[in-house]
Design a protein around this ligand. Sequence first.
Ligand code: ZN
Length: 324
Amino acid sequence: MEKETTMNSPDTYWIGIDVGGTTIKSGVVNREGKILEQVVVDARSKDGPQAAIDQLVFTVNKLLNDRDRSRCAGIGIGCPGVVGLDSDTVSYPPNFTDWHDVKLATEVKNKISLDVVVENDANVAALAEAMHGAGKDCKDFLFVIWGTGVGGGIINDHKIYRGPYGGAGEFGHMSINYDGPPCNCGNIGCIESYIGQRYLSQRTRELLQQFPDSTIKTMVDGNLEKIEPVIIAKAAEQGDKIAIQILEEAGTLLGYALASAMNILDLNVAVIGGGISAAPEFVYDAMKRALQSRILKPHRPYIRVLRATLGNSAGIIGAASLLM
Ligand SMILES: [Zn+2]
């Protein structure tokens, strides 16, 4: 009963935690999905689970110290890696040393005495867009994170679809070419190995050898190691042919991959987030053309591709939304 009273009060808040390989970001979030205050600390990801958990607990206490604790309706954590269906156990988050079956929610709950749940970080970002962002008006959609890697989440009836083992939505590791480049996951030809940041930068470097006059070269002062998608996008906006070619190709490939996934899931809407999702409009045009051409006919009149609206805040907002 007391829980219900807390949940219904207008000044109820939730704490959302975005655990990343370099930083842990925690925020106080209200019912409307607005971040009221946040604390950011180093993740200490190389020092084993206890160090990161201590960091995380520190941020939560810092946020709770100045507030009425009884108004906090719970703590949600978005974490990379495999998160068990128990919303507690985290295994093998990439970039974290020695994390095997860490009961993260239980560990935090033991120290803070509030409800705590954990969810995979891509799913958390999808939920943020579903509840407070671009997907607010869509019951069902595919969410794609297009950045350093390529991730995904499936929103089914406004909720995260986890699948029977908790691993649903791994959009980035759909193979689009059995003979393609190797992917970080060990497979071959995954969509991530075509359009993830590393590949886009690498492909640009290769093309620059044939077209040395590209403005990209000037933009990085000749240091090709500095090439990253935001620079490619800027060059494209200035009319650079190489940049346009690379991004158009990436948009097209993403469109084909979206069509395959959306055909299987019976979906009409895709929401694109992550660092590269800020790409110029022509990239989205290429993506939509490819999607339209490959998605099954009954879907074609209803297809929508939306840009995510919450940016870097999606991690905190989505984590907090887990308990809303
Ligand atoms: Zn892969």
